[in-house]
Design a protein around this ligand. Structure first.
Ligand code: HEC
Length: 137
């Protein structure tokens, strides 16, 4: 039913193109129909396919990261997609800073739940894991 309203409003828009007054009312019909659209949180989750070809993927399988992280949904920690959306991997120092956070652990950027420390992880490996996570753009 709602999609029908959407179609009707699109038709109305096309039909009355150029007519200022009618255009406005068509736009407001559109707004009422918009709740029919999927909520923002459910973006293209078909992209939940893991980036298995990334060099960080195999490394992650040997770590405990997945007990608290998933690709497309929050578990104890934020999802990889959330982290990738939040940080710009091309910005200087971002990968290094996140890698240090993985090694030392801590909280504060996403909430009060802390990430455990991974003191056994080298900076190089931690950076590889971070680049893997940030590949979920
Ligand atoms: C015990 C649960 C747990 C484990 C295990 C865990 N994390 Fe986390 N991780 C979290 C939580 C909770 C946060 C959010 C921390 C915050 O709010 O600053 C987080 C945040 C992050 C962030 C974003 C940091 C920031 O400051 O925005 C990265 C990157 C990350 N984790 C990578 C990893 C990697 C890589 C591993 C495996 C080596 C791992 N995590 C293992 C719970 C965990």
């Amino acid at each position: 039913m709602k999609s029908l309203i959407g179609i009707v409003s699109i038709l109305a828009l096309t039909a009355c193109g150029g007519n200022g007054g009618n255009d406005k009312s068509a736009a407001s019909t559109d707004t009422t129909a918009s709740p029919a659209n999927p909520p923002a949180g459910s973006m293209p989750s078909a992209a939940a396919t893991e980036h298995t070809a990334h060099p960080g993927y195999a490394l992650m399988q040997s770590q405990d990261c997945k007990t608290c992280h998933a690709v497309d949904k929050q578990v104890t920690g934020p999802s990889f997609q959330m982290i990738a959306a939040h940080y710009d991997s091309t910005q200087a120092g971002v990968v290094e800073r996140l890698a240090k956070k993985v090694i030392t652990g801590g909280s504060g950027n996403w909430g009060t739940t802390p990430m455990t420390a991974h003191a056994g992880l080298s900076e190089q490996d931690a950076e590889e894991l971070v680049r893997y996570i940030l590949s979920y753009k």
